[in-house]
Ligand binder design. Structure first.
Ligand code: F6R
Length: 616
């Protein structure tokens, strides 16, 4: 939530910052702003409510000169979206400017203290309090920007990634982070540096980056070595890494939306996710984390999966896979609930944290808590170098490439693919899975990318249906067993980008209450492949039809019965039950996409949302 980008070097900073903000816009799009120091050393600040394009329009006739600057795109936490609350924020003297991603939890008491010292405030944000506190420390204790920032941060409770600029010293940027991400890009000969919330604004200029560690401060000066330390001045040698993201991966190309691009990419990226992890004879899963830590994983008395949103839905499928193949009991917890529930967790537990961004604040906090209590932590993440994988004991990346559309699509199928391989590898290690089943699932898994492709090729059927349902006010999604989490995920996709109220239920739960909602206005999406409890799902569909509900069924090609009773059917290639979610979710992603497009909504930037939820 909130994207920050900064530049110091020899290029026109404005171009780097605006392009960077556009790449980070998925993190928040309530308002945007930037600060530049021009060639005469004058600080200029530009802000606009709304999108980065609104900021561009606001400043289009101005010069925007300068080779150093900081910029921000906001997802509002404290203070409504407005120009006044947009970042960068300035100190009282006007010399310091700061951008911030995160939340200063104790900002009220700091603000009170500063008010008593005569400071005045222009915005309602927690961020302004921080920049004023830095100035207060500098003035009161005669400190420079670096020491003033360190001193201020020692008083801060909360999460932050910040960059501060002092117009009296325009050749220096000071950055710091705690629980919010910050990446530093190093240009050729250290003549330029880039800072950003993730690598996407940096990838075009350099592939050398440092993922700033938690609770570190960095002093960045053109032409000089970086100075990184903790708040107590213990210097840290920077760990320079190569970015493995290419420009093409973060651009929309010919697609109208990132979401459509990412849905369409699934066959390829799921093949990438499996690459090198299935033996050439297709008889073994090779997950290095399971090989290296297998001796520990096999001792797990219980596995606890922690995640949020779509990743939590993937976790529900993971539970079924692990219980089926490993016979270890699995609990799936919302990370936000887990961390505040005084959880019973300890050294006998393995905690699996699932997160696309690797930055979700609640999931990260759940990981820290479980680690403190002695559990072994396994991460399943997408964003390489992000905070969660760095906080875990080991794990597997899903390797589906950057996901930029706010609605998660390919990350879900990547997570389910990794969970499948994890369950197979561990099940085999434990001897809980017979060899024939192990080989059968692997053989079928290998066919999934091609079947995903066939599923996507049939998207015209789904597109036609979306015309029919564009103006529906409610939707119900039903599934049993492996299909139930897919029902939840289908409902979430529709809600978040189409703004249509939708509920996912286990199909058999209908008759315990929700069936009262069924009438001829109510579309009911039934995930009803020929696997699992097929006959029972047919009965559930009959119950809906008997009450005039309109049934849209996702069925296997081989289906003969449901197509006779459902109002509409979407065919998908047949596979085995545990792999069904990898295919059944695709028409649901496509349905929500086209409904949102037909409603004229902004698919990639749905209202109120932001990708990467770095606040609680
Ligand atoms: C839904 C969606 C969110 C995320 C959730 C967790 O489409 O994207 O529900 O799944 O915010 O995010 P990660 O996986 O980054 O931890």
């Amino acid at each position: 939530m909130c994207g920050i980008v900064s530049y110091i070097g020899y290029r026109p900073a404005y171009d780097v910052l605006i392009k960077g903000l556009k790449r980070l816009e998925y993190r928040g799009y309530d308002s945007a702003g930037l600060a530049l120091i021009d060639n005469q050393g004058k600080l200029n600040i530009y802000k606009a409510k709304g999108r980065v394009s609104d900021l561009e329009n606001t400043i289009k006739n101005q010069d925007c000169i300068g080779t150093v600057g900081i910029a921000h795109t906001r997802w509002a936490t404290h203070g409504e979206p407005s120009v006044k609350n947009a970042h960068p924020h300035c100190s009282q003297s006007g010399h310091l400017t700061l951008i911030h991603n995160g939340i200063i939890e104790n900002y009220t008491s700091i603000k009170q203290h500063l008010l008593e010292k005569g400071f005045t405030f222009k915005s309602d944000t927690d961020t302004e309090v921080l920049v004023q506190l830095i100035e207060y420390k500098m003035l009161t204790y005669d400190l420079d920007l670096v020491e003033g920032t360190k001193s201020a941060l020692k008083h801060v409770i909360g999460a932050y990634a910040i960059v501060v600029l002092d117009d009296r010293n325009p050749s220096q940027l000071v950055a710091a982070r705690k629980s919010s991400p910050l990446v530093i890009g190093i240009g050729e000969g250290q003549e330029e540096y880039f800072l950003a919330s993730d690598v996407t604004p940096i990838v075009e200029y350099t592939d050398q980056v440092i993922y700033l560690d938690d609770e570190r401060i960095a002093v960045i000066e053109r032409g000089k070595d970086l100075y990184i330390s903790d708040l107590e001045n213990h210097r840290q040698i920077p760990d320079i890494q190569r970015i493995d993201v290419e420009l093409g991966q973060i651009e929309k190309g010919n697609y109208s939306h990132y979401m459509l691009k990412e849905i369409t990419e699934q066959p390829r990226v799921i093949a990438d996710c499996m690459r090198g992890r299935i033996s050439p004879d297709r008889k073994h899963i090779i997950l290095s984390a399971v090989i290296d830590y297998g001796y520990l994983l096999v001792k797990a008395k219980r596995i606890i999966i922690v995640a949020c949103g779509t990743s939590w839905h993937a976790g529900l499928i993971g539970k079924q896979l692990i219980e089926e193949f490993c016979r270890i009991p699995v609990m799936v917890e919302y990370a936000s609930e887990f961390r505040y529930s005084n959880p019973v967790v300890g050294p006998d537990d393995v905690v699996i944290a699932i997160s696309q961004s690797g930055e979700t604040a609640d999931t990260l906090a759940a990981v820290e808590l479980a680690k403190e209590k002695g559990a072994f932590i396994f991460g399943i993440c997408n964003a390489v170098g992000s905070s969660i994988p760095r906080a875990t004991n080991t794990g597997c990346y899903i390797h589906v490439g950057p996901e930029i559309g706010v609605a998660s699509t390919k990350a879900f199928t990547g997570q389910v693919t990794v969970l499948t391989m994890f369950a197979l590898a561990l099940g085999e290690k434990l001897g809980a899975l017979d060899q024939a089943k192990y080989e059968e699932v692997i053989a079928e898994l290998v066919t999934i990318p091609e079947k995903m492709k066939q599923t996507i090729e049939r998207n015209e059927v789904v597109k036609k249906l979306s015309y029919v349902f564009t103006y529906a006010r409610n939707f119900i999604y039903l599934g049993r067993g492996y299909a139930y989490p897919v029902a939840l995920e289908g409902a979430l996709k529709l809600k978040e980008i189409s703004y249509i109220h939708a509920e996912g239920y286990p199909a058999a739960e209908m008759k315990h209450g929700p069936i009262a909602l069924i009438d001829k206005e109510m579309p009911v999406v039934c995930i009803a492949t020929s696997n699992g409890q097929y006959e029972k799902v047919i009965s559930n569909i009959q119950e809906i039809k008997a009450r005039d509900g309109r049934v849209i069924a996702i069925v296997s090609d081989s289906d003969t019965q449901i197509r006779k009773i459902a109002d509409d059917v979407i065919d998908i290639p047949s596979t085995i039950e545990c792999l069904d979610p990898l295919l059944t979710v695709i028409p649901l992603q496509i349905l929500s996409y086209y409904v949102a497009v037909l409603k004229g909504l902004d698919v990639d930037m749905p209202r109120n949302l932001a990708k990467s939820v770095t606040v609680e």
